[in-house]
Design a protein around this ligand. Structure first.
Ligand code: NYM
Length: 208
C-alpha cells in the first residue's frame, strides 16, 4: 500500500492556514482519499497547555524554554504521525518546525540553535507557504489577541521563513479570494499526489 503524503501549511499569523488546511482535508476525504488534519501547537496535551498559557499571556516562560516546548509538542506525536503515513493516511499539517524556527529566530535566538531540537522529525513532502504581508494580515478578524501578533515582529518572522525555503515549497498568495486559493491548493496537491504515485519516496527526516 502506498504511504500517505505529508503536506504542510506554513505562514505568518492570520494568513488563512487553518481555513485552507481544513478545506483541503474535507476535499480529499470527499474524493475518497484518507486524510487527517493536525495542528501545531496541539494545545490539548499537557505540553500544549503550557504553550497555550504562554501564548495567551497567562504564564511567562523564557524564549528558550517555550521554543523547546513547541518542539517537544511535535516529538510527542511523531510515532503516531509515522504510523498514520505508513498505513496510507495523508497528513495535512497546520504549522510545524519551520514556524518553530521562524518565530524563535525572529526573537533573535540563534538560528542553528533553533533548528537543533527538531532535527530528525519527519520531513514534509510539500510545504504550502501562505504568504500575506503583515499589514494585510493585521486587518483580519481577531488579530492582536496573542503574544506574537505585532507588525514588526511578523515582518521578521516572514523573512525567516523565506530563508528556509527549498524546492519542496510553493508560495501561495494568501491575499486572494478564499475559493481561488483553495483551487490553487487543490491543483498543487494533485501534482504532489501524481509525483508520489509515480515514484514513492521514503519518508525523509528533517534537517539531517
Ligand atoms: N508558534 C507555533 C511558535 O512560536 N513555534 C512553533 O513551533 C509553532 C508551531 O504559535 N503565533 C507560534 C506561531 C503562532 C502561535 O499558532 C500559535 P496558531 O497556529 O495561531 O495556533
Amino acid at each position: 500500500m502506498a504511504r500517505g503524503l505529508f503536506i504542510l501549511f506554513e505562514g505568518c499569523d492570520r494568513s488563512g492556514k487553518t481555513t485552507q488546511s481544513t478545506r483541503l482535508v474535507e476535499a480529499l476525504n470527499s474524493q475518497g482519499i484518507r486524510a487527517k488534519l493536525l495542528k501545531f501547537p496541539d494545545r490539548t496535551t499537557a505540553i500544549g497547555k503550557m504553550i497555550d498559557g504562554y501564548l495567551t499571556q497567562q504564564n511567562k516562560l523564557s524564549d528558550e524554554a517555550v521554543h523547546l516546548l513547541f518542539s517537544a509538542n511535535r516529538w510527542e506525536v511523531m510515532e503516531q504521525m509515522r504510523a498514520d503515513l505508513e498505513s496510507g493516511t495523508t497528513l495535512i499539517v497546520d504549522r510545524y518546525a519551520f514556524s518553530g524556527v521562524a518565530f524563535s529566530a525572529a526573537k533573535k535566538l540563534d538560528f542553528k540553535w533553533c533548528k537543533a531540537p527538531d532535527v530528525g522529525l519527519l520531513a514534509p513532502d510539500r510545504v504550502f507557504f501562505m504568504d500575506i504581508h503583515p499589514d494585510d494580515a493585521a486587518k483580519r478578524e481577531g488579530y492582536g489577541d496573542e503574544i506574537y501578533e505585532k507588525r514588526e515582529f511578523q515582518i521578521e518572522v516572514r523573512v525567516k521563513f523565506f530563508t528556509m525555503m527549498d524546492n519542496s515549497w510553493s508560495i501561495v498568495d494568501a491575499n486572494k479570494d478564499k475559493d481561488e486559493i483553495h483551487r490553487q491548493i487543490m491543483a498543487l496537491t494533485s501534482k504532489a499526489f501524481a509525483k508520489h504515485n509515480e515514484a514513492e519516496s521514503p519518508i525523509k527526516k528533517l534537517w539531517t
